[in-house]
Design a protein around this ligand. Structure first.
Ligand SMILES: *[C@@H]1O[C@H](CO)[C@@H](O)[C@H](O)[C@H]1NC(C)=O
Ligand SMILES: *[C@@H]1O[C@H](CO)[C@@H](O)[C@H](O)[C@H]1NC(C)=O
Ligand SMILES: *[C@@H]1O[C@H](CO)[C@@H](O)[C@H](O)[C@H]1NC(C)=O
Ligand SMILES: *[C@@H]1O[C@H](CO)[C@@H](O)[C@H](O)[C@H]1NC(C)=O
Ligand SMILES: *[C@@H]1O[C@H](CO)[C@@H](O)[C@H](O)[C@H]1NC(C)=O
Length: 474
């Protein structure tokens, strides 16, 4: 997430996990409104699949797509293929409605009277229906089903198991901040962990970043917007104080993305990042001639590498979209859908404060959010609905779910960090960023992620075995 879950920028031709497995693309004629029989509309929902590992009684390994084109998840979730290989599974990745090419009303999908069919409840109903459809088509109605996903996709895997245990037998919810999204976790934690990650890379780094923001504030307070623009190599000069706030949001967004994508090898999931981007960025920050220059270089690492180091100047207004998610919404049409989701059910972390984090103060209060969402989408708030509908932090009655989190991941404290029963298992993975465990095994993986994947396979195997026994009893 950050584009939550997600600035998810997929760059063609440079994906690390590509070439591993080919996919087939298909569409399913999906109901637009599962909860109103008077709406007689359908849309084409995309899914990707492969049966190369499948044996007739093997489970379905289903990725619950999140806020981007489904191909991006296929290319960055190699562990799904490992699971399928080991368990003779059928691989299925389903695209989330209102993202990628699964737009119920084409380009009109974002209109006020059309966007309302975008909700988590509709999305997981879609997944339940597609899974049942495919199982039936293949004559595999009794086979077990494993759901998995990362970030918001991990939340969806868990919710799918919560709400449709008749369809899904087990779930792997990686880096899924279900408590935070429901407004039930420490709201400052995201930026606190970002700050801690940079501190771990270099003890002095956070104080240098604070110094840089103070210099930025001095320039702003003395009206030197042209000087700020020059210093940050902006394509056009900032013209108002408000635009300095935009610049701060753009800076934070880079730090958030580098922490989420802080993988031990280069990857193109959050932009095109080098291996260990937090260390690389922290080094740039520390080695620059002055603190502000360091902030420019440390931020530029993200935006420039995302564009393959081809930028002659930076343009915060096209490189970053200020939205309802203070960790970023990504870009393009997908970002509109995410903005809507972070205005409705999903309540994301607060802004920065220069107290519990190293960033310039840029608040994001409930009132600011409500005002933004009313202005942008013409909608009001329903506090508490999400926690009621999707269980908030009262999830003890669920079962067969693994919640994994990376120790470096800014989202970790919003998730389930303690096992709640023998079948609600929490794994905290040392040295891992945002759902590293879902990626293809790599020689550079820290030992903890290798162990986490083993544990995940162990539980999934166990749970689908008992699912089969249940089927037999019935
Ligand atoms: C609604 O769907 C049914 C079944 O597909 C179809 O027969 C019927 O004509 C549709 N009604 C309207 C008003 O489109
Ligand atoms: C987090 O923020 C939300 C919305 O601002 C608020 O309802 C909630 O009480 C906050 N939670 C904590 C733990 O501060
Ligand atoms: C990052 O830098 C710190 C401090 O130099 C070092 O201890 C750590 O091992 C580095 N991490 C990686 C993954 O290179
Ligand atoms: C951050 O906090 C420090 C310590 O309170 C303060 O001196 C500084 O002015 C603050 N920086 C900004 C950018 O507000
Ligand atoms: C982006 O990287 C290239 C190659 O290192 C460099 O020449 C260029 O100045 C960078 N762009 C900006 C805006 O910093």
């Amino acid at each position: 997430m950050g584009s939550y879950l997600l600035i998810v920028i997929f760059v063609m031709g440079s994906c690390v996990n590509c070439g591993v497995l080919n996919y087939n693309i298909a569409t399913f004629s999906q109901v637009v409104d599962h909860f109103n029989w008077n709406i007689n509309l359908t849309f084409e929902q995309r899914y990707l699949y492969s049966n190369v590992y499948w044996h007739a009684d093997g489970p379905f390994v289903v990725y619950t797509g999140n806020e981007g084109n489904v191909e991006g998840y296929w290319e960055n979730t190699g562990f799904a293929f490992e699971i399928a290989k080991q368990l003779n599974g059928y691989i299925l990745f389903i695209e989330h409605r209102y993202y990628g090419h699964s737009l119920p009303f084409g380009q009109k999908s974002f209109d006020h009277d059309k966007i309302g069919y975008l909700s988590i409840e509709q999305a997981i109903a879609d997944y339940a229906v597609v899974i049942q459809h495919i199982k039936k088509k293949l004559g595999a109605t009794e086979n077990a089903v494993i759901a998995l996903g990362g970030s918001y996709g991990g939340m969806l895997s868990a919710y799918l198991r919560f709400k449709y245990p008749n369809v899904v037998d087990a779930a792997l919810a990686a880096s899924a901040p279900i408590y935070l999204a429901a407004g039930l976790a420490n709201n400052h934690s995201f930026w606190e962990v970002v700050t801690a990650d940079f501190k771990a890379a270099n003890e002095q780094c956070p104080s240098r970043v604070q110094t840089a923001f103070l210099e930025l504030k001095k320039l702003r307070d003395s009206g030197q917007l042209v000087e700020i623009s020059k210093k940050f190599r902006l394509c056009s000069n900032l013209v108002s104080d408000k635009q300095v706030d935009y610049l701060i949001g753009w800076i934070r967004n880079a730090f958030a993305s580098m922490c989420m994508g802080d993988y031990p090898y280069s990857a193109s999931f959050f932009g095109n990042l080098p291996a260990n981007p937090v260390n690389v960025s922290a080094n740039l920050i520390m080695q620059a001639e002055d603190a502000l220059e360091g902030l420019v270089l440390g931020t530029g690492l993200f935006y420039n590498s995302t564009n393959n180091n081809t930028l002659s100047c930076f343009d915060p207004f096209t490189e970053y979209y200020f939205c309802s998610d203070p960790t970023g919404c990504g870009l393009g049409p997908n970002s509109l859908s995410w903005d809507y989701q972070a205005c409705t059910e999903i309540l994301l972390s607060s802004g920065t404060n220069n107290i519990t984090d190293m960033f310039a103060p840029l608040p994001w209060t409930l009132d600011m959010r409500a005002e933004y969402c009313l202005k942008t989408w013409g909608i009001g708030q329903r506090p508490g609905w999400f926690a009621t509908s999707l269980w908030g932090n009262s999830i003890q009655s669920a079962s067969n779910i693994i919640f994994s989190n990376g120790e470096l991941d800014p989202w970790k404290n919003g998730g389930v960090l303690e096992s709640l029963s023998d079948t609600i298992i929490a794994l905290l993975i040392d040295g891992a960023a945002h759902h590293l465990d879902l990626r293809s095994p790599n020689p550079k993986d820290p030992p903890a992620v290798v162990a986490a994947r083993e544990a995940e396979l162990f539980f999934l195997k166990k749970w689908i075995l008992s699912a089969r026994e249940n089927h037999k009893i019935i």
